[in-house]
Design a protein. Structure first.
Length: 255
């Protein structure tokens, strides 16, 4: 009987990485629970009509006094918010999704690319199902600063931007080893998501609670996708840092 193979010492970098991933896992689990509960709470309050007065006050606060047709602020600010709402539109999000898939494919991460496609596609179906189920009317007390063609709750732009930016950002952060890179990617994803949601209220096309629900639903979905991806990666079903499946830290097959 041959003696057991000594796996050798654990590299300090690998140990630190495992610790960071464990922390990310706990954070993602907390986000999943809190965001899901927040969505359910906002949905219940909206359906009971308890948020209407607060929604109206916030919307009118973003309008020029005596002129509900005009948002507060100079023209350049209004144009900036129209640009912000555009980065949460279907065209831009589809382009970013395709670019992310292309990046992962070129990195040799074919299974991760497929997972991202399924995660974002599943989030889109969830958003459409929720909007059809609640069927809340759009705000009518002020004029709209952008074209609308679906029901109001939850905000599709807010939820889809959270799904695409947070899911994509979380999964991209997962494949990078450097902490600064992970934080940068997640920070950009959160910033884009927040700006899209704020723009929807500023332009008068959504109630504030629509946006809160969109953020909560999208955040919960992103956290769930991150947790599932982490589990699949730990089992060797998703690639890491572009290394082929079944490869060691140096990129050579471990047998």
């Amino acid at each position: 009987m041959s003696p057991p193979t000594n796996p050798g010492p654990i590299a300090p970098g690998d140990s630190g990485r495992r610790l960071v991933l464990e922390r990310f896992t706990w954070i993602a689990a907390a986000v999943l629970v809190l965001a899901s509960l927040s969505f359910l709470w906002v949905a219940e309050e909206v359906m009971e009509g308890d948020t209407l007065r607060l929604d109206e006050r916030i919307l009118l606060a973003m309008r020029a006094p005596g002129d509900p047709a005009r948002p507060i602020g100079p023209e350049w600010l209004q144009e900036a918010f129209r640009d912000f709402t555009g980065i949460g539109g279907v065209g831009v999000l589809s382009l970013l999704t395709a670019a992310t898939l292309g990046y992962l494919w070129l990195m040799g991460m074919r299974r991760t690319a497929l997972y991202v496609l399924l995660a974002i596609g599943g989030g889109l179906l969830m958003s459409l199902a929720l909007k059809a189920g609640f069927h809340r009317p759009r705000p009518e007390l002020i004029s709209h600063g952008a074209m609308v063609y679906t029901s109001s709750f939850p905000s599709g732009h807010s939820m889809l931007s959270a799904i695409v930016y947070l899911t994509g950002g979380a999964l991209l952060a997962l494949i990078h080893r450097r902490r600064a890179v992970r934080l940068y990617i997640l920070g950009c994803a959160v910033l884009a998501t927040v700006l899209v949601g704020l723009s929807r209220v500023y332009l008068g096309v959504h109630w504030p609670t629509d946006v809160l629900a969109g953020w909560a639903g999208g955040g919960a979905w992103a956290a769930l996708c991150w947790l599932v991806a982490r589990e699949l990666q730990s089992r060797g079903h998703l690639e890491e840092d572009g290394a082929p499946l079944g490869s060691g830290p140096g990129g050579d097959p471990t047998g």
